[in-house]
Design a protein around this ligand. Structure first.
Ligand SMILES: [Zn+2]
Length: 183
């Protein structure tokens, strides 16, 4: 991990790049164009970036910001390991794993340094995308053909969707509503 300090513009740029990368990877046509090893290495780099982004937490980010960065970091490590093994999986499980890229893109995209206002348009758009992706993702839960891959991914899906009690940022407010809806 680099010791270099990070600033808000690094965050905005890296976040946009990651979202783009994951959207590209989730596209089946893209599959042949990149090795799993390269994908996994890129994800470990992203995880390092997110570890550093924790430094950017302040009174505008929302109380949950550090925890969100930590969970993204940890999930990137786990999903990178899944990616390394992805070609050993049955086809449907592989498709599930690739779908996880969309989920990660949404989760990364809706992270914001402005948790209490809607001035960060990119994040607001990604939160809306996360909503529709969430419902689609939730419909996949009961596919028995994809166990145990589904189990791992579901675990991380749930891990990335959380609200911090006492945080009133828009991401936490949405998660709170969502978890009530999905009950
Ligand atoms: Zn929050």
């Amino acid at each position: 991990m680099s010791e270099e300090p990070v600033d808000a513009s690094d965050f905005t740029q890296v976040r946009a790049d990651m979202v783009l990368t994951f959207h590209k990877w989730s596209h089946p046509m893209f599959e042949a164009g990149i090795t799993r090893e390269v994908m996994a290495m890129a994800m470990y780099d992203m995880a390092n970036d997110f570890e550093k982004f924790q430094q950017l937490a302040n009174e505008e980010t929302g109380l949950c910001f550090v925890e969100r960065c930590k969970r993204v970091t940890e999930s990137l490590h786990v999903i990178a390991k899944v990616v390394e093994l992805i070609d050993n999986l049955p086809l449907r499980a592989r498709v599930s794993a690739l779908n996880m890229f969309n989920v990660l893109a949404d989760q990364i995209g809706r992270l914001t340094l402005h948790g209490y206002t809607e001035e960060d348009e990119f994040s607001v758009i990604m939160r809306e995308k996360a909503k529709s992706e969430t419902y689609r993702w939730h419909l996949r839960f009961s596919d028995p053909a994809c166990e145990p891959m589904q189990k791992t991914l579901t675990e991380y899906w749930e891990y990335l969707h959380f609200f911090l009690a006492g945080c009133s940022c828009y991401n936490c407010k949405w998660e709170y509503q969502l978890q009530n809806e999905l009950k």
